[in-house]
Write a protein that binds this ligand. Structure first.
Ligand code: HEM
Length: 483
């Protein structure tokens, strides 16, 4: 691997062709596609990077794909969007088909316009003003966990976390209190999970087979998309009603959905209905799994490191006093060690270990020529767990993030929220959401056990975002008294 300073060298060197890069041996027609199990895709790609190096080539059907794990390359590609790279045209196509054509999949001017609205809705000031609602949702979540602790029976962790994250996103972005935490019936999250799984499958399918025939899982996907569409229509309807009753919301929208309804471009044109629906779907998806999985990974790592859990508890006690839940945005800001644990968890178990880009023109990456339309897969975890960038690189050691910048905490090689102009706009919200949950767990509960549903080992599973297989958590009410 080369240096980690993000310097682009302009010294002339003849370009290396993509074709001449090392590549795992594939088979005719499919290339390497049959060697990649969608749910284990990231691990296969990471394994190949240890064999073939920082830059190698794979073939997915007829498509040549450049795979990069060098942090300099990753930073360059992510930064040079939208000029040299974009999200893949495949994701744009699949997103449109699934009615989720929003800021994540958009390109060019469409993206710029939607991004500006999203950035405003998720800026730190707006996120701070949302604290009372966040606290309200977190308090419901605490009560749900308390009921689980009352029973002392193991429960599936992720569905509960997803109830929490969807309720938070819907409250902040759409002004709707979904309260799925309190419900035990069918919830939108079940359909979102199906959509994610199929999204992953369709993005990396060697060809879009579903344009010719549909498997049972494709028909189930259509039903899930329809169900989520019905929920979204309710959000949009409610927002229109609020705005009709209170027209000042057109001038001063209070959330992303209202801002999107009120938005006009330079020609006074509204955002189209499909852009509106697509962005609501995008926010639900982008805000749900990422945050829920990062929380699940953090809880898993804390269970493995009881000493770290106790240090978190100490911080929660110090900051929150006798309160069961953080009582202000400022308290969350004081939780440096909890933030360090989350950073460390995202270093070892990033929910986006593969970020895809596509060249918008004939270009190059680190002197490798990259023809227009080539897909580039960026493997963010390889550098983040490399001993050249971190001491004890594979160990969970949150304290490293509290030290002055050094090889202990090399932020330049970690990309948990991406980088450049498309850096995750939800990161401030996500951090607040996660800190309030981790602190309330440490403050109020002991982790009695954490196991998988089938009793087997904990494994990584890629469904567009990277999650643990089903984790079952057993909580009991805190036994250690406040010191
Ligand atoms: C721990 C939680 C989260 C993680 C790890 C995460 C990670 C990411 C990553 C890696 C990207 C791609 C960035 C890039 O291409 O450079 C992204 C994009 C995005 N995220 Fe997040 N995210 C999280 C939470 C959220 C939340 C809570 C929301 C909103 C509710 C959100 C909304 C978005 C959106 C809209 C984009 C697309 C931005 C664009 O293309 O301009 N994310 N996120």
């Amino acid at each position: 691997m080369e240096s980690t300073g993000f310097i682009v060298s302009h010294t002339y060197r003849p370009l290396t062709s993509l074709q001449s890069l090392p590549s795992p041996r594939g088979i005719p027609v499919f290339g390497n596609a049959r060697q990649i199990v969608p749910e284990k895709m990231h691990q296969q790609l990471e394994e190949w990077s240890h064999v073939f190096g920082d830059r190698y080539r794979i073939k997915l059907g007829s498509r040549q794909v450049l795979v990069c794990s060098n942090p300099d390359d990753i930073a360059t590609v992510l930064k040079d969007r939208p000029s040299r790279f974009r999200r893949s045209t495949r994701i744009e196509m699949v997103a449109k088909e699934l009615q989720m054509a929003g800021v994540f999949a958009a390109h060019g001017e469409d993206w710029r316009r939607q991004r500006a609205l999203v950035m405003q809705a998720f800026n730190p000031i707006h996120v701070k003003s949302y604290f009372p609602s966040l606290q309200n949702v977190a308090e419901r979540f605490r009560k749900r966990l308390a009921r689980q602790a009352d029973t002392g029976i193991p429960f599936e962790l992720e569905p509960d976390l997803m109830r929490y994250t969807v309720d938070v996103t819907a409250g902040l972005a759409f002004g709707t209190d979904m309260n799925t935490i309190a419900s035990n019936g069918e919830i939108v999250q079940e359909h979102l999970s199906d959509i994610f799984r199929m999204l992953q499958k369709r993005l990396f399918a060697p060809f879009p087979y579903w344009h010719w025939f549909k498997l049972p899982e494709d028909r189930a996907l259509d039903r899930s998309v329809q169900k989520v569409g019905e929920t979204i229509a309710t959000f949009v309807h409610e927002a229109h009603e609020r705005m009709a009753k209170n027209p000042t919301l057109y001038e001063q929208p209070e959330n992303l959905l209202e801002a999107m309804i009120a938005a006009r471009d330079e020609d006074n044109a509204k955002l189209s209905q499909s852009d509106l629906t697509g962005n609501v779907m995008t926010m639900l998806l982008a805000g749900e799994d990422t945050t829920a999985h990062t929380l699940a990974w953090t809880i898993y790592l804390l269970h493995q490191h009881p000493d770290v859990f106790l240090r978190i508890r100490q911080e929660a006690d110090d900051v929150m006093g006798t309160n069961a839940i953080a009582s202000s945005h400022e308290q969350l800001r004081e939780m440096d060690f909890i933030e360090a644990c989350i950073n460390e968890s995202m270093r070892l178990r990033p929910v986006a270990p593969v970020i895809a880009a596509e060249a918008t023109l004939d270009t190059e990456v680190a002197n490798v020529s990259v023809p227009k339309g080539t897909m580039v897969l960026l493997l963010s975890r390889v550098g983040a767990t490399d001993k050249r960038h971190f001491s004890n690189a594979l160990n969970f050691y949150p304290g490293r993030w509290l030290l002055p910048a050094s090889d202990e905490n090399n932020r330049k090689v970690c990309f948990p929220f991406g980088a450049g102009p498309r850096l995750c706009p939800g990161r401030f919200l996500a951090l607040e959401e996660m800190k309030i949950v981790i602190s309330l767990i440490a403050k109020n509960f002991d982790i009695k056990n954490l196991d998988t549903l089938d009793g087997g080992p904990v494994q990584e599973r890629m469904r567009f975002t990277m999650a643990p297989n089903e984790l079952c958590l057993t909580l009991r009410h805190r036994t250690q008294s406040l010191r």
